[in-house]
Unconditional design. Structure first.
Lengths: 124, 140
């Protein structure tokens, strides 16, 4: 009896999953205090309303974006905290789908970028 | 006559104690209901870089769906009074300065709405946020 009970107990302990909160952490830019950054250290990623991605002004595919960012991060090297110097600025249109934005943010993070800035969409 | 004193057995029989304990255990296991968070129905986007949030204690929730329904900490906020967001979040931030705001936004929502919410958060100095996502398996 006790053995069966323990087996059941252990079974439920193992199979029960707690609903954990998951997501992509992000730090929003603080109000005011604009910092001057060497333009060479900025990579601009623009996502337009139809979901196309522009990397430094050129249309790229998702997979290409990852490779381009990887090489760019390597090129710019690391800073004193051993973090990539490159800052990726993501800009969207107000009509861009949120899902698309997360997909691109995911790719940027996957490419190894740690400094990501979100630019405000232009007011229309 | 006096020598034959009947000795009543004192003490509780403990042989069935484990059974009683297990019955209690099963009873509580079956009757316990884990509280489910309720909210507006939405589908969060999937991402490979999904990470677990370490502490639930320092979380504030903002939900938004594609139609522009926004709830902040379970309170409904209308799109014409977005200033409410920063007000509620600032109150929470005053209580807890390690606050992280979890944004549960439907994947079909547009960035205009997301930006408006983020601007409100910046107004409230709540700069640590988290986009709620589902984990996307595989390399994709």
């Amino acid at each position: 009896m006790a053995d069966i009970a323990f087996l059941l107990l252990i079974f439920f302990l193992v199979t029960t999953t707690m609903d954990m909160d998951k997501g992509i952490p992000m730090i929003l830019p603080e109000r005011g205090g604009e910092v001057k950054i060497n333009p060479k250290n900025i990579a601009k990623v623009l996502i337009n309303a139809s979901g196309d991605v522009l990397f430094d002004g050129e249309v790229v595919l998702d997979q290409e974006l990852k490779e381009l960012l990887r090489t760019r991060i390597k090129e710019r090297g690391l800073d004193a905290d051993l973090k990539p110097k490159l800052i990726v600025s993501i800009k969207t249109d107000r009509e861009t789908e949120y899902d698309r934005y997360i997909t691109i943010l995911d790719i940027v993070k996957d490419a190894g970028a740690t400094k990501i800035s979100i630019a405000e969409p232009d007011k229309d | 006559m006096f020598q034959k004193k009947t000795r009543a057995e004192s003490g509780i029989p403990t042989a069935s104690l484990p059974d009683i304990i297990f019955l209690l255990l099963f009873f509580f296991m079956v009757t316990t209901v884990i509280k489910k968070t309720q909210g507006i129905p939405l589908v969060t986007p999937a991402a490979v870089q999904t990470k677990k949030i370490e502490s639930k204690r320092h979380l504030a929730y903002i939900w938004a769906d594609e139609k522009g329904t926004i709830t902040v900490e379970d309170k409904l906020v209308s799109t014409s009074h977005l200033g409410q967001i920063s007000k509620i979040i600032r109150e929470r931030l005053d209580e807890d300065n390690r606050l992280i705001v979890s944004l549960k936004i439907d994947k079909r929502a547009n960035m205009g709405l997301v930006t408006d919410i983020q601007e409100q958060l910046r107004d409230a100095y709540a700069i640590r946020i988290n986009y709620a996502t589902r984990f996307k398996g595989g390399g994709g």
